[in-house]
Design a protein around this ligand. Structure first.
Ligand code: SAM
Length: 500
């Protein structure tokens, strides 16, 4: 029998035999409607191996894992894309990453993500790019992303990390500029992201998962993989994910998937319209991870000078009465606080912030506003404390890092100032004022080339992000004045470099 007879003759019985084997081995359940596509895959492999009957091919398939792997390359559906369902990547950056980072002890600076069913690599690379854009490495953390799949062909594409024009269609230009290199007419994932990502073969339905390799994940992405599984396989896989996650870790599933009737072990969390699934912490650990609940303003003492006392009066305290349900929400109160700030009423801002914190001690934004006000009235200690509280809730707040940098600079602690300003830039590369202040420090240190580079970066950031978070620190100044200052200082530095 040749290829033609093979192509004609996949009986329903034979189909069921292959289907059941594939299901048992991979979790993928091929409905009867897939008979034609399975026949094409079987004929392709059987012909390549010069078999003339499906029986012969079946006999090889069950005893040879390599052949099973070849068939999986044809049977699996590898559809994927960079930043597929972008809201999930926003949730990773804005919610999950800060939450997990702030809960880890100082001795643990690892952030590990597993992309299970990663196909051709777009998903793990998108995760790596998201972590890099959040500035995680600049803050001294080690990020690791593992992509696994049963398709060795898909994994090989991921390992290569080179993609055609079509794969880039929905990738924002800024991301392309930051994370890809153009090689001929293709896009190669940049070194920084490649460094974070490893690829490996792993079959999700083969148990047990080796914990040394597969345990201790902070986040697991398994999107659009188990949609091809039957319920019992999905339940087992999801239960294995639960065991492989750290406490407080998150599972990301496809946006059209749900864990209802699959697992009740996870806590569903809604972030920006998407559902994520958190492995709840045990009570004990949760209590330990909230030292910020001790935040108090320093008491007013009679030894203080009058201006100091008046400043202390503005200090945030959490001893205010808890608000009634009918009162405005925390978000509304912070809106009012921001308004009061613009109107020049720092006492009112601190009063509102105190009320918000009395209700919600984990409100990073409230601490940020407090830090801003304290810094403005030169109450450095209170401002530092409020910044540290904000950062203990979310370590990825560029504004808090920037305020720390400015205060250290004012206190003459340039080493710490430089470190915080750099951290600000790691989190938000377009924070123009961080570049400018760093440039000013280098200039006073007569490090002309470093200063010149930072003035250039400040100018670039200014044009790239004219409405970025940094603008709230402009006071009454206009951005064009800032640009002129940078240009003038740049000329000075270049002259000094020429003279040296
Ligand atoms: C549709 S792709 C999804 C890719 C990516 N997660 C996304 O959402 O863009 C599904 C992937 O799951 C993989 N897959 C299917 N069964 C698997 C199994 N048992 N173990 C690991 N990966 C599997 C397939 O090879 C395929 O690459």
């Amino acid at each position: 029998m040749g290829r033609d007879s093979l192509a004609k003759d996949l009986t329903l019985e034979e189909f069921a035999r292959f289907r059941d084997f594939i299901h048992q081995q991979s979790g993928i359940y091929l409905e009867e409607s897939k008979l034609d596509s399975l026949r094409i895959s079987l004929v392709t492999r059987a012909t390549r191996l010069e078999f003339s009957a499906f029986d012969e091919y079946y006999a090889l398939l069950v005893r040879d894992h390599k052949e099973f792997s070849e068939l999986m390359n044809l049977v699996t559906i590898n559809e994927t894309s960079f930043f597929r369902f972008p809201q999930q990547f926003a949730a990773l950056k804005d919610r999950v990453l800060p939450e997990i980072m702030s809960a880890k002890p100082e001795t643990n600076r690892d952030f590990r993500v597993w992309s299970a069913g990663c196909s051709t690599g777009e998903e793990p690379y998108s995760i790596a790019m998201t972590l890099l854009d959040a500035g995680i490495e600049g803050l001294g953390w080690r990020a690791q992303v593992l992509g696994t799949d049963v398709s060795t062909r898909a994994l090989a594409v991921g390992q290569k990390g080179v993609y055609g024009q079509r794969a880039m269609l929905n990738v924002p230009k800024q991301t392309i500029a930051r994370h890809f290199e153009l090689v001929d007419d293709k896009y190669r994932v940049g070194e920084q992201a490649r460094r974070l990502v490893d690829f490996g073969y792993h079959n999700l339905v083969k148990e047990p998962y080796p914990l040394s390799l597969m345990g201790n994940w902070d986040v697991i992405f398994c999107r659009n993989v188990t949609i091809y599984f039957r319920l019992d396989s999905t339940r087992r896989v999801v239960s294995n994910f639960f065991n492989s996650l750290n406490e407080g870790g998150y599972l990301f599933i496809g946006h059209s998937e749900t864990l209802t009737s699959i697992s009740d072990q996870f806590e569903p969390i809604e972030v920006g319209g998407v559902f994520l699934y958190r492995k709840t912490r045990t009570k004990k650990r949760f209590v330990i991870s909230t030292p910020r609940s001790e935040y108090h303003a320093a008491p007013v003492t009679s030894a203080m000078t009058t201006p100091e006392r008046s400043r202390r009066r503005h200090a945030v305290t959490r001893s205010q009465p808890v608000a009634e349900a009918s009162e405005p929400s925390g978000t509304e109160m912070l809106g009012q606080a921001r308004h009061s700030l613009a109107e020049g009423h720092p006492e009112r801002v601190l009063d509102l912030v105190g009320q918000v914190l009395a209700r919600d001690p984990n409100n990073a934004e409230a601490y940020l506003l407090a830090a801003y006000v304290h810094a403005d009235i030169a109450d450095h200690e209170q401002a530092l404390e409020a910044c540290h509280h904000a950062l203990s809730i979310n370590p990825l707040l560029p504004v808090a890092r920037y305020i720390l940098g400015i205060i250290y600079q004012r206190q003459g602690d340039t080493v710490r100032a430089i470190s915080e300003l750099k951290k600000t830039m790691y989190i938000d590369a377009d924070f123009a004022l961080a570049h400018l202040n760093l440039a000013n420090i280098y200039k006073t240190q007569r490090k002309w080339d470093q200063a010149a580079r930072e003035y250039e970066n400040a100018l670039r950031a200014l044009y790239r992000s004219p409405e970025g978070a940094w603008t709230e620190f402009l006071g009454g100044f206009k951005a064009d004045l800032l640009a002129k200052t940078c240009e003038r200082s740049l000329v000075e530095c270049r002259k000094a470099m020429g003279a040296a």
